[in-house]
Design a protein around this ligand. Structure first.
Ligand code: SAH
Ligand code: SF4
Length: 417
Protein backbone atom coordinates (compact mmCIF):
# COMPACT_ATOMS: atom_id res chain seq x y z
CA UNK A 1 0.00 0.00 0.00
CA UNK A 2 2.95 2.24 0.65
CA UNK A 3 3.60 2.11 -3.05
CA UNK A 4 0.17 3.41 -3.91
CA UNK A 5 1.05 6.90 -2.78
CA UNK A 6 4.35 6.85 -4.63
CA UNK A 7 2.81 5.97 -7.93
CA UNK A 8 1.58 8.40 -10.53
CA UNK A 9 -2.14 8.61 -11.11
CA UNK A 10 -3.19 6.31 -13.91
CA UNK A 11 -6.09 8.46 -15.00
CA UNK A 12 -3.86 11.42 -15.71
CA UNK A 13 -1.17 9.46 -17.50
CA UNK A 14 -1.06 7.23 -20.50
CA UNK A 15 -0.76 3.52 -19.89
CA UNK A 16 2.97 3.78 -20.01
CA UNK A 17 5.19 6.80 -19.53
CA UNK A 18 7.20 5.53 -22.50
CA UNK A 19 4.11 5.64 -24.68
CA UNK A 20 4.34 8.40 -27.31
CA UNK A 21 2.38 11.47 -26.28
CA UNK A 22 2.18 12.69 -29.88
CA UNK A 23 -0.22 10.78 -32.12
CA UNK A 24 1.65 8.15 -34.08
CA UNK A 25 1.87 8.71 -37.83
CA UNK A 26 -0.74 6.98 -39.96
CA UNK A 27 0.39 3.46 -40.71
CA UNK A 28 1.55 2.86 -44.24
CA UNK A 29 -0.72 0.83 -46.47
CA UNK A 30 0.33 -2.55 -47.79
CA UNK A 31 0.59 -6.05 -46.42
CA UNK A 32 2.81 -5.20 -43.46
CA UNK A 33 1.24 -1.85 -42.66
CA UNK A 34 -1.77 -3.06 -40.70
CA UNK A 35 -2.51 -0.94 -37.66
CA UNK A 36 -3.73 -2.05 -34.26
CA UNK A 37 -5.24 -0.13 -31.43
CA UNK A 38 -4.05 0.38 -27.95
CA UNK A 39 -6.86 1.13 -25.60
CA UNK A 40 -5.89 3.47 -22.85
CA UNK A 41 -7.40 6.18 -20.77
CA UNK A 42 -6.93 8.72 -23.56
CA UNK A 43 -8.73 6.58 -26.11
CA UNK A 44 -7.37 4.37 -28.84
CA UNK A 45 -3.98 5.01 -30.35
CA UNK A 46 -2.66 3.17 -33.32
CA UNK A 47 0.54 1.18 -33.09
CA UNK A 48 2.33 0.19 -36.22
CA UNK A 49 3.53 -3.23 -37.18
CA UNK A 50 6.79 -3.66 -39.00
CA UNK A 51 7.59 -1.06 -41.63
CA UNK A 52 7.15 -2.42 -45.13
CA UNK A 53 10.47 -3.50 -46.59
CA UNK A 54 11.59 -4.24 -50.12
CA UNK A 55 11.87 -7.96 -49.40
CA UNK A 56 8.59 -9.74 -48.79
CA UNK A 57 8.87 -12.47 -46.17
CA UNK A 58 7.04 -15.70 -46.98
CA UNK A 59 7.27 -16.59 -43.35
CA UNK A 60 3.98 -15.76 -41.65
CA UNK A 61 1.78 -16.41 -44.69
CA UNK A 62 -1.09 -18.83 -44.13
CA UNK A 63 -1.82 -21.70 -46.52
CA UNK A 64 -4.61 -19.59 -48.07
CA UNK A 65 -2.21 -16.69 -48.64
CA UNK A 66 0.42 -19.02 -50.09
CA UNK A 67 -2.24 -20.48 -52.41
CA UNK A 68 -3.15 -16.99 -53.61
CA UNK A 69 0.50 -16.25 -54.18
CA UNK A 70 0.96 -19.42 -56.23
CA UNK A 71 -2.15 -18.65 -58.27
CA UNK A 72 -0.81 -15.14 -58.91
CA UNK A 73 2.43 -16.63 -60.19
CA UNK A 74 0.53 -19.04 -62.44
CA UNK A 75 1.55 -22.05 -60.36
CA UNK A 76 -0.49 -25.05 -59.31
CA UNK A 77 -2.02 -25.06 -55.86
CA UNK A 78 -0.03 -28.01 -54.50
CA UNK A 79 3.05 -25.79 -54.61
CA UNK A 80 1.54 -23.77 -51.74
CA UNK A 81 1.44 -26.90 -49.57
CA UNK A 82 5.05 -27.72 -50.48
CA UNK A 83 6.10 -24.20 -49.59
CA UNK A 84 4.25 -24.34 -46.25
CA UNK A 85 5.96 -27.65 -45.49
CA UNK A 86 9.38 -26.15 -46.24
CA UNK A 87 8.75 -23.01 -44.18
CA UNK A 88 7.03 -24.35 -41.12
CA UNK A 89 7.87 -28.07 -40.83
CA UNK A 90 11.29 -28.39 -42.47
CA UNK A 91 12.38 -24.94 -41.15
CA UNK A 92 14.27 -24.24 -44.36
CA UNK A 93 16.12 -20.95 -43.96
CA UNK A 94 16.38 -19.83 -47.60
CA UNK A 95 14.74 -20.24 -50.97
CA UNK A 96 17.76 -21.93 -52.53
CA UNK A 97 17.44 -24.91 -50.24
CA UNK A 98 13.73 -25.53 -50.84
CA UNK A 99 14.52 -28.29 -53.28
CA UNK A 100 10.95 -29.58 -53.39
CA UNK A 101 10.16 -26.52 -55.53
CA UNK A 102 11.48 -26.38 -59.09
CA UNK A 103 14.36 -23.99 -59.61
CA UNK A 104 12.23 -21.90 -61.99
CA UNK A 105 9.64 -21.29 -59.27
CA UNK A 106 12.29 -20.38 -56.71
CA UNK A 107 13.72 -17.91 -59.21
CA UNK A 108 10.27 -16.50 -59.87
CA UNK A 109 9.75 -15.95 -56.16
CA UNK A 110 13.14 -14.30 -55.77
CA UNK A 111 12.46 -12.07 -58.79
CA UNK A 112 9.21 -10.98 -57.14
CA UNK A 113 11.31 -9.99 -54.08
CA UNK A 114 10.14 -12.87 -51.89
CA UNK A 115 12.46 -14.42 -49.34
CA UNK A 116 11.88 -17.07 -46.67
CA UNK A 117 12.20 -14.51 -43.88
CA UNK A 118 12.82 -16.93 -41.01
CA UNK A 119 14.05 -14.53 -38.32
CA UNK A 120 17.74 -14.95 -37.43
CA UNK A 121 19.01 -15.58 -33.91
CA UNK A 122 21.42 -12.68 -33.43
CA UNK A 123 22.58 -13.24 -29.88
CA UNK A 124 22.33 -16.02 -27.34
CA UNK A 125 22.71 -15.80 -23.57
CA UNK A 126 22.96 -19.03 -21.63
CA UNK A 127 22.06 -19.24 -17.95
CA UNK A 128 23.71 -21.50 -15.44
CA UNK A 129 20.34 -23.26 -15.13
CA UNK A 130 20.29 -24.13 -18.85
CA UNK A 131 17.81 -21.43 -19.84
CA UNK A 132 18.73 -19.58 -23.02
CA UNK A 133 17.63 -16.10 -23.97
CA UNK A 134 17.88 -14.96 -27.57
CA UNK A 135 17.80 -11.69 -29.37
CA UNK A 136 16.04 -12.48 -32.61
CA UNK A 137 16.14 -10.17 -35.60
CA UNK A 138 12.95 -8.33 -36.56
CA UNK A 139 12.42 -5.97 -39.46
CA UNK A 140 13.67 -2.41 -39.19
CA UNK A 141 16.89 -3.53 -37.47
CA UNK A 142 14.96 -4.29 -34.33
CA UNK A 143 15.25 -7.29 -32.06
CA UNK A 144 12.80 -9.33 -30.10
CA UNK A 145 13.41 -11.57 -27.10
CA UNK A 146 12.58 -15.23 -26.83
CA UNK A 147 13.47 -17.68 -24.07
CA UNK A 148 14.10 -21.43 -24.16
CA UNK A 149 13.63 -23.18 -20.82
CA UNK A 150 14.62 -26.84 -20.74
CA UNK A 151 12.02 -28.65 -18.63
CA UNK A 152 9.95 -25.47 -18.34
CA UNK A 153 9.39 -23.45 -15.20
CA UNK A 154 6.16 -24.99 -13.99
CA UNK A 155 3.97 -22.32 -15.63
CA UNK A 156 3.00 -24.62 -18.44
CA UNK A 157 2.37 -27.78 -16.47
CA UNK A 158 -0.87 -29.20 -17.71
CA UNK A 159 -1.74 -30.82 -14.44
CA UNK A 160 -4.87 -32.20 -15.99
CA UNK A 161 -2.91 -34.30 -18.45
CA UNK A 162 -1.38 -37.22 -16.62
CA UNK A 163 1.01 -38.05 -19.40
CA UNK A 164 3.87 -40.31 -18.54
CA UNK A 165 4.93 -41.30 -22.05
CA UNK A 166 8.70 -41.25 -22.57
CA UNK A 167 9.87 -38.01 -24.11
CA UNK A 168 13.28 -37.28 -25.58
CA UNK A 169 13.42 -33.59 -24.78
CA UNK A 170 11.12 -31.25 -22.85
CA UNK A 171 11.23 -27.51 -23.04
CA UNK A 172 9.10 -24.42 -22.85
CA UNK A 173 9.48 -21.53 -25.24
CA UNK A 174 8.53 -18.11 -23.92
CA UNK A 175 7.33 -16.05 -26.88
CA UNK A 176 7.06 -12.26 -27.27
CA UNK A 177 4.07 -10.60 -28.91
CA UNK A 178 5.22 -6.97 -29.06
CA UNK A 179 8.45 -5.02 -28.86
CA UNK A 180 8.06 -3.36 -25.48
CA UNK A 181 4.69 -3.02 -23.81
CA UNK A 182 2.10 -0.28 -23.35
CA UNK A 183 0.73 -1.65 -20.09
CA UNK A 184 2.55 0.09 -17.35
CA UNK A 185 2.88 -2.60 -14.70
CA UNK A 186 5.06 -1.09 -12.03
CA UNK A 187 7.03 -4.27 -11.24
CA UNK A 188 7.91 -5.21 -14.84
CA UNK A 189 11.12 -4.35 -16.64
CA UNK A 190 9.52 -4.63 -20.09
CA UNK A 191 7.17 -1.79 -19.11
CA UNK A 192 10.18 0.53 -18.96
CA UNK A 193 10.58 0.26 -22.72
CA UNK A 194 7.14 1.59 -23.50
CA UNK A 195 5.58 0.15 -26.62
CA UNK A 196 7.78 0.20 -29.69
CA UNK A 197 5.61 -1.83 -32.03
CA UNK A 198 3.46 -4.86 -32.56
CA UNK A 199 5.07 -7.97 -33.96
CA UNK A 200 3.63 -9.50 -37.11
CA UNK A 201 2.27 -13.05 -37.10
CA UNK A 202 5.40 -14.09 -39.01
CA UNK A 203 7.64 -12.55 -36.37
CA UNK A 204 5.73 -14.33 -33.59
CA UNK A 205 5.79 -17.74 -35.32
CA UNK A 206 9.37 -17.04 -36.43
CA UNK A 207 10.58 -16.95 -32.83
CA UNK A 208 9.22 -20.44 -32.28
CA UNK A 209 10.46 -21.95 -35.54
CA UNK A 210 13.92 -20.40 -35.11
CA UNK A 211 14.21 -22.12 -31.73
CA UNK A 212 12.80 -25.44 -32.93
CA UNK A 213 15.45 -25.33 -35.64
CA UNK A 214 18.26 -24.40 -33.29
CA UNK A 215 17.39 -27.20 -30.87
CA UNK A 216 16.62 -29.70 -33.65
CA UNK A 217 13.26 -30.43 -32.10
CA UNK A 218 11.35 -33.40 -33.43
CA UNK A 219 7.72 -32.70 -32.70
CA UNK A 220 6.07 -35.95 -31.78
CA UNK A 221 9.15 -37.17 -29.93
CA UNK A 222 9.95 -33.97 -28.04
CA UNK A 223 7.55 -32.20 -25.72
CA UNK A 224 7.41 -28.48 -26.37
CA UNK A 225 5.17 -26.03 -24.52
CA UNK A 226 4.65 -22.47 -25.58
CA UNK A 227 3.91 -19.62 -23.23
CA UNK A 228 3.02 -16.23 -24.65
CA UNK A 229 4.61 -14.55 -21.68
CA UNK A 230 7.54 -12.74 -23.23
CA UNK A 231 7.60 -9.07 -24.08
CA UNK A 232 4.30 -7.37 -24.67
CA UNK A 233 0.61 -7.83 -24.10
CA UNK A 234 -0.72 -10.41 -26.59
CA UNK A 235 -4.29 -9.11 -26.39
CA UNK A 236 -3.16 -5.65 -27.50
CA UNK A 237 -1.85 -7.29 -30.67
CA UNK A 238 -4.81 -9.60 -30.99
CA UNK A 239 -5.03 -10.27 -34.73
CA UNK A 240 -1.36 -11.01 -35.24
CA UNK A 241 -1.27 -13.10 -32.07
CA UNK A 242 -4.22 -15.26 -33.14
CA UNK A 243 -2.94 -15.54 -36.74
CA UNK A 244 0.30 -16.80 -35.22
CA UNK A 245 -1.56 -19.32 -33.05
CA UNK A 246 -3.37 -20.69 -36.12
CA UNK A 247 -0.09 -21.03 -38.02
CA UNK A 248 1.55 -22.73 -35.05
CA UNK A 249 -1.31 -25.21 -34.78
CA UNK A 250 -2.07 -25.84 -38.47
CA UNK A 251 1.36 -25.55 -40.06
CA UNK A 252 4.05 -25.90 -37.40
CA UNK A 253 2.15 -28.72 -35.71
CA UNK A 254 2.04 -27.66 -32.07
CA UNK A 255 -1.16 -28.53 -30.19
CA UNK A 256 -3.07 -25.59 -28.68
CA UNK A 257 -3.39 -27.52 -25.42
CA UNK A 258 0.36 -27.04 -24.97
CA UNK A 259 0.14 -23.26 -25.37
CA UNK A 260 -0.73 -20.71 -22.71
CA UNK A 261 -1.36 -17.03 -23.29
CA UNK A 262 -1.01 -14.62 -20.43
CA UNK A 263 -2.88 -11.33 -20.30
CA UNK A 264 -2.76 -8.41 -17.92
CA UNK A 265 -6.56 -8.35 -18.17
CA UNK A 266 -7.55 -6.68 -21.43
CA UNK A 267 -11.29 -7.30 -21.20
CA UNK A 268 -12.25 -6.87 -24.89
CA UNK A 269 -9.39 -9.23 -25.79
CA UNK A 270 -10.55 -11.86 -23.31
CA UNK A 271 -14.10 -11.59 -24.65
CA UNK A 272 -12.89 -12.13 -28.19
CA UNK A 273 -10.59 -14.92 -27.16
CA UNK A 274 -13.48 -16.67 -25.39
CA UNK A 275 -15.19 -17.08 -28.77
CA UNK A 276 -12.22 -18.72 -30.53
CA UNK A 277 -12.70 -22.38 -31.35
CA UNK A 278 -8.97 -23.14 -31.45
CA UNK A 279 -7.08 -21.29 -28.78
CA UNK A 280 -4.33 -21.63 -26.18
CA UNK A 281 -5.13 -21.88 -22.50
CA UNK A 282 -5.69 -18.66 -20.65
CA UNK A 283 -3.63 -17.20 -17.83
CA UNK A 284 -4.64 -13.96 -16.15
CA UNK A 285 -1.99 -11.86 -14.44
CA UNK A 286 -3.91 -11.17 -11.27
CA UNK A 287 -0.95 -10.04 -9.16
CA UNK A 288 -3.09 -8.54 -6.43
CA UNK A 289 -5.99 -9.71 -4.33
CA UNK A 290 -8.06 -6.53 -4.45
CA UNK A 291 -8.47 -3.55 -6.75
CA UNK A 292 -6.68 -1.09 -4.45
CA UNK A 293 -3.42 -3.02 -4.46
CA UNK A 294 -3.85 -3.94 -8.11
CA UNK A 295 -4.32 -0.31 -9.17
CA UNK A 296 -1.03 0.50 -7.48
CA UNK A 297 0.93 -2.28 -9.14
CA UNK A 298 -1.06 -2.51 -12.39
CA UNK A 299 -2.61 0.88 -13.22
CA UNK A 300 -4.63 -0.76 -16.01
CA UNK A 301 -6.93 -1.97 -13.21
CA UNK A 302 -8.56 1.48 -13.28
CA UNK A 303 -9.78 0.69 -16.75
CA UNK A 304 -10.68 -2.96 -16.17
CA UNK A 305 -11.09 -3.90 -12.50
CA UNK A 306 -10.61 -7.46 -11.28
CA UNK A 307 -14.34 -8.25 -11.39
CA UNK A 308 -14.62 -7.20 -15.06
CA UNK A 309 -11.63 -9.36 -15.98
CA UNK A 310 -13.07 -12.38 -14.17
CA UNK A 311 -16.51 -11.78 -15.70
CA UNK A 312 -14.97 -11.77 -19.19
CA UNK A 313 -13.07 -15.00 -18.45
CA UNK A 314 -16.29 -16.59 -17.21
CA UNK A 315 -17.71 -16.36 -20.73
CA UNK A 316 -15.03 -18.73 -22.03
CA UNK A 317 -16.15 -22.32 -22.55
CA UNK A 318 -13.52 -24.59 -21.00
CA UNK A 319 -12.42 -28.05 -22.05
CA UNK A 320 -13.26 -31.00 -19.79
CA UNK A 321 -10.20 -30.68 -17.52
CA UNK A 322 -9.17 -27.18 -18.45
CA UNK A 323 -8.39 -24.59 -15.79
CA UNK A 324 -7.78 -20.88 -16.06
CA UNK A 325 -4.53 -19.86 -14.41
CA UNK A 326 -4.22 -16.85 -12.17
CA UNK A 327 -0.65 -15.64 -12.15
CA UNK A 328 0.37 -13.90 -8.99
CA UNK A 329 3.70 -12.12 -8.74
CA UNK A 330 4.61 -11.97 -5.07
CA UNK A 331 5.98 -8.56 -4.13
CA UNK A 332 7.51 -8.49 -0.65
CA UNK A 333 5.35 -6.49 1.78
CA UNK A 334 2.87 -5.47 -0.94
CA UNK A 335 0.66 -8.46 -1.76
CA UNK A 336 2.17 -11.41 0.07
CA UNK A 337 0.34 -11.58 3.43
CA UNK A 338 -2.16 -14.20 4.54
CA UNK A 339 -4.92 -11.59 4.28
CA UNK A 340 -4.04 -11.27 0.60
CA UNK A 341 -4.00 -15.05 0.25
CA UNK A 342 -7.50 -15.24 1.72
CA UNK A 343 -8.72 -12.57 -0.68
CA UNK A 344 -7.29 -14.60 -3.58
CA UNK A 345 -9.20 -17.63 -2.29
CA UNK A 346 -12.43 -15.58 -2.26
CA UNK A 347 -11.79 -14.31 -5.80
CA UNK A 348 -11.07 -17.82 -7.10
CA UNK A 349 -14.20 -19.21 -5.45
CA UNK A 350 -16.41 -16.39 -6.72
CA UNK A 351 -15.00 -16.76 -10.22
CA UNK A 352 -16.83 -20.06 -10.39
CA UNK A 353 -14.64 -21.56 -13.11
CA UNK A 354 -11.93 -24.17 -12.49
CA UNK A 355 -8.73 -22.30 -11.74
CA UNK A 356 -5.28 -22.62 -10.28
CA UNK A 357 -2.80 -20.06 -9.05
CA UNK A 358 0.78 -19.82 -10.24
CA UNK A 359 2.85 -17.94 -7.71
CA UNK A 360 5.84 -16.13 -9.16
CA UNK A 361 8.52 -14.75 -6.93
CA UNK A 362 9.17 -11.23 -8.19
CA UNK A 363 12.31 -10.97 -10.30
CA UNK A 364 14.16 -7.76 -9.53
CA UNK A 365 15.24 -5.30 -12.19
CA UNK A 366 17.25 -2.10 -12.08
CA UNK A 367 15.24 0.90 -10.94
CA UNK A 368 12.17 -1.07 -9.92
CA UNK A 369 11.22 -0.19 -6.35
CA UNK A 370 9.98 -3.52 -5.01
CA UNK A 371 11.39 -6.23 -2.79
CA UNK A 372 11.44 -9.94 -3.18
CA UNK A 373 9.17 -11.77 -0.77
CA UNK A 374 10.71 -13.84 2.01
CA UNK A 375 10.95 -17.55 1.28
CA UNK A 376 8.79 -18.41 4.28
CA UNK A 377 6.07 -15.96 3.18
CA UNK A 378 5.96 -17.55 -0.27
CA UNK A 379 5.55 -21.00 1.28
CA UNK A 380 2.90 -19.74 3.73
CA UNK A 381 0.97 -18.07 0.91
CA UNK A 382 0.96 -21.24 -1.14
CA UNK A 383 -0.04 -23.42 1.81
CA UNK A 384 -2.94 -21.11 2.66
CA UNK A 385 -4.32 -21.31 -0.87
CA UNK A 386 -3.99 -25.07 -0.94
CA UNK A 387 -5.52 -25.46 2.52
CA UNK A 388 -8.53 -23.49 1.36
CA UNK A 389 -9.00 -25.57 -1.74
CA UNK A 390 -7.25 -23.46 -4.39
CA UNK A 391 -4.54 -25.34 -6.31
CA UNK A 392 -1.35 -23.27 -6.11
CA UNK A 393 2.07 -23.79 -7.62
CA UNK A 394 5.32 -21.89 -7.23
CA UNK A 395 7.02 -21.14 -10.51
CA UNK A 396 10.70 -21.77 -10.50
CA UNK A 397 12.58 -18.63 -11.49
CA UNK A 398 14.58 -19.39 -14.63
CA UNK A 399 17.49 -17.60 -16.19
CA UNK A 400 17.61 -14.71 -13.74
CA UNK A 401 21.35 -14.34 -14.29
CA UNK A 402 20.79 -13.55 -17.96
CA UNK A 403 17.67 -11.38 -17.54
CA UNK A 404 15.53 -14.14 -19.01
CA UNK A 405 13.05 -14.50 -16.16
CA UNK A 406 9.48 -13.18 -16.20
CA UNK A 407 9.35 -9.44 -16.43
CA UNK A 408 13.04 -9.16 -17.13
CA UNK A 409 12.85 -9.01 -20.89
CA UNK A 410 14.13 -5.63 -21.89
CA UNK A 411 16.30 -6.24 -24.91
CA UNK A 412 19.27 -6.46 -22.58
CA UNK A 413 22.38 -7.12 -24.61
CA UNK A 414 24.39 -8.27 -21.63
CA UNK A 415 24.06 -11.00 -19.08
CA UNK A 416 23.23 -9.85 -15.57
CA UNK A 417 26.64 -8.96 -14.21
N1 SAH B 1 1.83 -9.03 -20.75
C1 SAH B 1 1.35 -10.30 -20.37
C2 SAH B 1 2.34 -11.41 -20.65
C3 SAH B 1 3.79 -11.09 -20.43
S1 SAH B 1 4.25 -10.84 -18.74
C4 SAH B 1 0.96 -10.30 -18.91
O1 SAH B 1 1.27 -9.35 -18.21
O2 SAH B 1 0.31 -11.24 -18.49
C5 SAH B 1 4.27 -12.53 -18.18
C6 SAH B 1 4.14 -12.68 -16.66
O3 SAH B 1 5.29 -12.14 -16.02
C7 SAH B 1 2.94 -11.94 -16.08
O4 SAH B 1 2.19 -12.79 -15.24
C8 SAH B 1 3.58 -10.84 -15.27
O5 SAH B 1 2.78 -10.49 -14.17
C9 SAH B 1 4.89 -11.47 -14.85
N2 SAH B 1 5.92 -10.52 -14.49
C10 SAH B 1 6.16 -9.30 -14.99
N3 SAH B 1 7.22 -8.73 -14.39
C11 SAH B 1 7.68 -9.61 -13.48
C12 SAH B 1 8.77 -9.62 -12.56
N4 SAH B 1 9.60 -8.59 -12.48
N5 SAH B 1 8.94 -10.71 -11.79
C13 SAH B 1 8.13 -11.78 -11.89
N6 SAH B 1 7.09 -11.84 -12.76
C14 SAH B 1 6.87 -10.76 -13.53
FE1 SF4 C 1 3.29 -5.56 -20.17
FE2 SF4 C 1 2.87 -7.93 -19.01
FE3 SF4 C 1 4.99 -6.39 -18.29
FE4 SF4 C 1 2.50 -5.67 -17.62
S1 SF4 C 1 3.60 -7.50 -16.92
S2 SF4 C 1 4.08 -4.32 -18.49
S3 SF4 C 1 1.35 -6.32 -19.40
S4 SF4 C 1 4.65 -7.33 -20.28
Amino acid sequence: MLYACLLPDFVSMPLNPGFPSEPLPEPPSGPTGESFFILDSDGPKSVQTAAPSAVQPLFGLSIEQLSELMAGLGEQNFRARQLAQALYRDRTPDLDTITTLPLALREKLAAAAYAVGLPPILQTFRSIDGTERYLIGASGNQTVETVWMPDGDGAEDNDDEADTSPVRKRATICVSSQIGCAVNCQFCLTAKLGIERNLTAGEIVGQVVALLRRHQVELGRDRINLVFMGMGEPFLNYNAFMDAVRLLVDEVGLPPSRMTVSTSGIVPGIERFAKETVRPRLAISLNASNNTVREAVMPITRKWPIEAVIEAARSMPLGPREKITFEYVLLGGVNDSLIHADEVVTLARRAGFPSKVNLIVWNPGPGIPYHQPKGEDVARFQQRLIARGVPAFIRRPRGRDIYAACGQLKKTTEANS
